[in-house]
Design a protein around this ligand. Sequence first.
Ligand code: PDD
Length: 288
Amino acid sequence: MARVVYVNGSYRRHGEAHVHVEDRGFQFADAVYEVIEVLGRQLVDAPRHLDRLQRSLGELRIREPMSRPAMLHIIGEIVRRNRVTDGLVYMQVSRGAAPRDFLFTGKHMTPTFVCLARPVPPGIRQAKAQRGLRIVSLPDIRWGRCDIKTVMLLPAVLAKEQALAAGADEAWLVDADGFVTEGASSNAWIVNAGGQLQTRALSPALLPGVTRHTTLDVAAAIGLEVVLQPFTAKDAYLSREAFATSASGTVMPIVELDGKAIGSGKPGPIAEALRKAFHNHAQHQDCR
Ligand code: PDD
């Protein structure tokens, strides 16, 4: 089956979908994106993802490409036309195309909107969760507005390559004060020595993860105590459990950090409980 992509007003075959060579997303990374989980043909937590997209656009003064119902309609079409039952939707909005110039004020550009979807067999994620992730800690070399979900992802690309070279699955990024900000593409959590869930409070240093938000709802619902405080890699080595959250993995137990086993060295019971309960608390909606 040919893959279908939405780009700027039309549905195209994957190999024939293009954006302009002077698109500002291409030249300046002047673009934002979202990744939404698809489970059983339904979108997971779409309102929170679309709220965040709207916020990212607002922070960068990029025009919203269309109304929310129109966007949801396109997402639904892309999921349907690609016959995705379980997988991911990727959407990106750039400021648009214009002759290369740093400045954008006063220029009339039409935002570029791209939407793709691909299947991810649930078994692959489940196998990864059962094995648990290995993590390496690396310096956080990103900019000061990591709360905006921009496509400016080179630090994450390089961190993930370094993680791969070290035999790990993900990197935890560490700020100048020695505290973990978040993962290269996930939020970072521990179950501390006191048994509390611990994750960093929101700030411009990290992405306000949708999965993080829903995991906080799950924690409240099952009566887990949460502290929103930063932790160091050393705190994580001494923690009972650690895990990562993201739309592409939901709750992923971590079994090793910098070559040291965390807790028992196996996926921890709290991470597993959160993972199991996650979709009972997330919002699910049909693709319309
Ligand atoms: N990554 N932190 C960073 C830096 C991320 O890139 C992501 C998401 C998260 C988790 O956010 P959420 O729970 O909303 O997915 C945290 C996506 C999945 C990606 O880039 O593929």
